[in-house]
Write a protein that binds this ligand. Structure first.
Ligand code: B12
Ligand code: SF4
Length: 482
């Protein structure tokens, strides 16, 4: 490093942010994943700029491989390369860390996967991991690296030193999310995302986050970054962001990406009031919990533009909801599903099969619930034990094949020794598929033929598939309730 006279201000550090997600490599992408740029990275980028740091970004979402990262390293010569991590993209992230090291640079990993297993990322070639909120930590690391000072002992940063992990002290979360700048949308190809949406749906869709964290405690949910903490922006700040998206990018549909939307009743009422008062003309969708989405709120949500709700139904068996520590009641599921239907809002249900303790009868209860309400959209996945969750701890002694299940399994592969074999769960998934198709046919044709097909499928399930596939792992084969 060349020394600089003390009166000459240091040039701003240069940080290259990387989203290593390549859509074409994601087996779920075509079916379920809706593409939006990473809000975590866009907010980091905006915050770095506000703190005298130069930022560039490579978003691999629409690329074929990581070559654009190599090119950016050569042309931009960043002090620090910051990579967002998910389990799905771990291999790609490791490849990038090796490239950075090869080019003599400094790499930092952040995001859910590296937060769960920082040692793996450091062993794979990353120089540092930020396992929690990244904004302030990354600013400090970038300044240090520019100045040739090691990043060890920086609050909120983990490095490897002498073969050991050195964890800096923990860093408090940002006190007020309203202090965050608007996401730096210009760092990515917003028009690429928006025009793709426009082609598919006729709408220009963008993602917005109004909060960080979630106060609930479902036993299979991985929350390495924010844990059970919960903070939200003011409704005024949220509306400011919506208006900017409309003004700059002609966005007309918003996905609120919060873990749970509307945790606080006064907050959501205030936001809805503002959206209605400003007459934004935006449609929106969100993910809601059935215990929070009260029917008496739906009218105003509809007026403010609500078009679709993702509902974490998970199971039609109260016993399973309790086992998952969902904190929801079946009666709430039923009430919400009915209210959404009455209000004409599309529902997307998340359902899960195979959670420990689930029997064939529980699955049957889930299917009955599904049949009763025929949600417009759904995803039914085989439970994935994500490292760092209580569910993972419960089954980690019986993982099948892999030590760290990846989300590449896409909810179709059984990753642990569950009550039944994978074929049973795949069969049950197919039954939900058939049920969905019959539900659509029923609403269109009211035909006796549809009922006949349904009954034949049920008979086949009971008489052929169940005896064949529902062998409990231990003990003799059973017909129905094991
Ligand atoms: C919204 C969301 C989506 C949206 C939008 C994603 C996006 N592009 O932003 C959609 C629906 C598209 C989506 C898709 C997927 N998602 Co998603 N998603 C979320 C959700 C609910 C919020 C993400 C978010 O914006 N958080 C808020 C921001 C502020 O936090 P953040 O991104 O973590 O970033 C902060 C810190 O982590 C850190 N940080 C992050 N990156 C970096 C990098 C550096 C260098 C540093 C220093 C710090 C740092 O600083 C940031 C700011 O403080 C999370 C759950 C969650 N709470 O995180 C799941 C979550 C991230 N998704 C997950 C998964 C699995 C996926 C998919 C892979 C699903 C699939 N294919 O099957 C895809 C991948 C798509 C993609 N583009 O990567 C998992 C990841 C689990 C894991 N261990 O990998 C999560 C954690 C959900 C879960 N509990 O399982 N997702
Ligand atoms: S599944 Fe949803 S409600 Fe449950 S803890 Fe995770 S984010 Fe919160």
């Amino acid at each position: 490093m060349t020394s600089r006279p003390s009166h000459v201000p240091a040039a701003p550090p240069r940080v290259l942010l990387v989203d290593p997600y390549v859509a074409r490599e994601d087996p779920m992408e075509r079916k379920f994943v809706e593409l939006y740029p990473s809000l975590g990275l866009l907010t980091l980028g905006a915050y770095l700029r506000d703190h005298a740091t130069d930022v560039a970004m490579v978003d691999l979402t629409f690329e074929r491989d990581a070559r654009p990262v190599d090119r950016a390293i050569r042309s931009y010569r960043p002090h620090v390369v910051g990579v967002h991590t998910k389990t799905l993209t771990a291999t790609r992230a490791f490849e990038i860390a090796r490239s950075v090291r090869g080019a003599g640079g400094f790499s930092v990993a952040g995001g859910p996967d590296s937060a769960t297993r920082p040692e793996t990322y450091l062993e794979a070639g990353f120089d540092a991991v930020v396992p929690a909120e990244g904004e302030a930590a990354l600013v400090e690391v970038a300044r240090r690296i520019r100045d040739g000072v090691p990043a060890a002992h920086v609050p909120g940063v983990i490095v490897r030193h002498g073969g050991r992990l050195v964890r800096g002290p923990s860093r408090p979360f940002l006190a007020n999310l309203d202090d965050l700048p608007l996401p730096a949308w210009d760092l990515v190809d917003m028009e690429g995302y928006l025009s793709r949406w426009e082609k598919e749906t006729g709408e220009r869709r963008a993602a917005v986050l109004t909060s960080r964290g979630c106060p609930f405690d479902c036993s299979w949910c991985s929350k390495p970054t924010f844990g059970r903490t919960f903070r939200q922006q003011s409704p005024e700040r949220v509306v400011e962001e919506l208006i900017e998206l409309q003004r700059r990018y002609r966005v007309d549909y918003v996905r609120f990406c919060d873990d749970v939307f509307g945790v606080s009743r006064p907050w959501i009422e205030h936001l809805l009031d503002l959206m209605i008062e400003k007459d934004l003309g935006l449609a929106f969708e969100c993910l809601a919990r059935v215990d929070l989405l009260k029917p008496d709120l739906l009218g105003r949500m509809r007026e403010a533009g609500l078009a679709r709700v993702y509902v974490g139904v998970e199971s039609g068996s109260q016993k399973m909801l309790d086992a998952m520590n969902r904190g929801t009641k079946l009666a709430q599921v039923e009430r919400t599903a009915q209210a959404l239907r009455d209000a004409g809002v599309r529902q997307f249900w998340f359902l899960m099969l195979g959670y420990p303790g689930e029997t064939i009868d529980d699955i049957e209860e889930t299917l009955r619930l599904f049949r009763r309400f025929s949600p417009e959209e759904y995803s039914v996945s085989i439970a994935v034990p994500v490292p760092g969750t209580r569910f993972y701890d419960k089954v980690k002694g019986s993982l099948r094949g892999r030590s760290a299940p990846t989300s590449r399994a896409g909810g179709k592969t059984l990753l642990f020794e569950a009550a039944y074999g994978q074929r049973l769960y795949r069969w049950e998934q197919a039954r939900f598929g058939l049920e969905a198709a019959l539900g659509k046919a029923r609403s269109r044709f009211q035909s006796r033929v549809v009922e006949k097909i349904g009954r034949a499928a049920d008979r086949f399930h009971e008489e052929v598939a169940t005896p064949l596939l529902a062998r409990k792992r231990s003990g003799p084969p059973t017909a129905r309730s094991p």
